[in-house]
Design a protein around this ligand. Structure first.
Ligand code: HEC
Length: 157
């Protein structure tokens, strides 16, 4: 009996190996490594984080003008998350974003907590300068950010 079991063991292991096939999706195909590369490419790099940041920056501005402070706070939190995730994908950009993440956004958060429109507008100007400083540091100064003039958001107070 023991002999039979020791004879079968290698076959059992081999069998498992043979049948463990990488699961494929509709379009995410290939080996596991190839699949991870496909997924990474679709998550994109820093541009995706910036598209989101651009949107949230505008929403933040109008939230402030409406004195819709909960919405303003929400936008700051999500902007922070978008940039942090973006930096995880593109760590070389971290140094340029340091001031923005450790000073400007927390400052903005504090101002929003105090619910004062005048202070908000002042802090928003600083935030805008900080966006552009990073663009200069990262050699993309043609993304010149200016305080929004036209409102596109469907979110109103
Ligand atoms: C790391 C520092 C950094 C900070 C901070 C930063 N940006 Fe950017 N931004 C970039 C880089 C780098 C690009 C170019 C992205 C690329 O090509 O991958 C960019 C691109 C953009 C784009 C163009 C996105 C596109 O693909 O169309 C917008 C809009 C933008 N940023 C808005 C902002 C705003 C608004 C702020 C401030 C609230 C901000 N950025 C803060 C580095 C930064």
């Amino acid at each position: 009996m023991n002999k039979i079991i020791s004879f079968l063991i290698p076959f059992l292991f081999f069998g498992c190996g043979k049948h463990s096939k990488t699961v494929e999706g509709e379009w995410i195909k290939g080996t596991e490594t190839e699949q991870i590369t496909i997924i990474e490419n679709h998550f994109r790099g820093f541009d995706n984080a910036m598209l989101e940041t651009g949107y949230r920056y505008q929403e933040l501005f109008w939230a402030g003008q409406d004195e819709n402070w909960e919405y303003a706070d929400y936008q700051i939190t999500k902007m922070q998350l978008a940039i942090k995730n973006g930096l995880e994908r593109r760590p070389k950009r971290s140094k340029s974003a340091e001031y923005f993440l450790t000073y400007d956004l927390p400052k903005m958060q504090e101002v929003v907590k105090n619910r004062d429109l005048k202070n908000f507008n002042q802090a928003f100007q600083h935030l805008t300068i900080s966006c552009n400083s990073c663009h200069a540091l990262e050699k993309v100064p043609f993304f010149n950010i200016q305080i929004p003039e036209v409102r596109q958001s469907p979110v109103r107070k």
